[in-house]
Design a protein around this ligand. Sequence first.
Ligand code: 3PG
Length: 406
Amino acid sequence: MDDFDFNGKKVLLRVDINSPIDPNTNEILDDFRIKYHVPTILELLDKGASITILAHQGRPGDNDFTTLSNHARLLSCYLNREVKYIEDIFGPTAKSSISSSKPGDIILLENVRFYSEEVIEKMPEAQSRTFLVRFLAPLFSIYINDAFATSHRSHPSLTGFPMVLPSCGGRLLEKEVESLSLIMEDSLRPSIFILGGGKVQDSLQLIEALLQRNIADKILLTGLVSHLFMIAKGLTLNRETLRILEGKGIYALLPRAQRLVQSFPNKIVTPIDSALLKNNERIEVDIENLPNFSPIYDIGENTVKLYYEIIKDAKVIVVRGPAGYIEDERFSKGSEDLLKCIINSKAKKILGGGHLRRIAEKLNIVDKIDYFSTGGGAFIAFLSGEKLPAIEALINSAKKFKSDKL
Ligand code: 3PG
């Protein structure tokens, strides 16, 4: 953004404000991604741009696939400025609003995935010929991608515009790339990853990449993915926990987990105790002696102590996903205790995902964390060493428009 003159220019800004939505009320349950785009927008306003925002919410067919009217309301609150929400993407209403917009105006267009071509993955060249790009691009001088969390997709709104407009990354995208690149720096070793949450397949992909690329010195597991690796190490878990793993089809991932345990025997650490539910109360038991009456809901205190011993000398700690079933207060203790330990370390602390952000807010320790990543799939793809198509598109755009007066 430092290389561009935005004064009096019409800027098309792609953001990722995709948020968890209550399917009954349509209310946004967590707006942390919305807040994170505020600095980019304020800077553009300050520099005299008129801003039109493109964003998505959910995927066609899913419960959270809905309009952006609530997003506009919240964005307007955080900016303390009017955000004009247009129920159109590139039709006549959108075009006339954009054409008549003035410096200082902010327009939010409708959910870009209401346009069917948006969710088709294609090469940037093909995306630049889609209706969306052909109709909108002529209305703008500059395209900005601030949507790091969707940058692993090659969708028209992400890779099509940089082919035809001078483009750059926004401040959030810049911060994400800087912070996540830091994790891979050789000077920041030991690097410890604490991975949990419910997305076992994603975590497994990340573990494979981190170990094969020698990015992680130790990976401490919690949540469902830890159950998979405990089985891979030969532990016998209890009936109720196995039933959950079976129901989620997690057994299919066992051979991959076993290969990792064999190839990297000292790098993957699993919990030594766990929290179960007995007579409506949390109890903690050793992992070797699990009774059958309850599935595992959380890690226990001894695991937190063990993990603390490992992280205390780390130079960088990356945490992704909660350690237990945090929807139930009784089982957010493991995640809370882990975060309390982490903030005592001198390491760079990078956290991923909205769940951990909410726990950090509850504990009032947000300012003690170096960076919260907004990325889910993009976070994993980036750390796995994949080239993110939307970032590649910006790099190519910079080469293509280099000689233009910006
Ligand atoms: C996300 O929530 O990870 C991003 O908004 C990307 O969403 P998608 O997985 O539906 O493309």
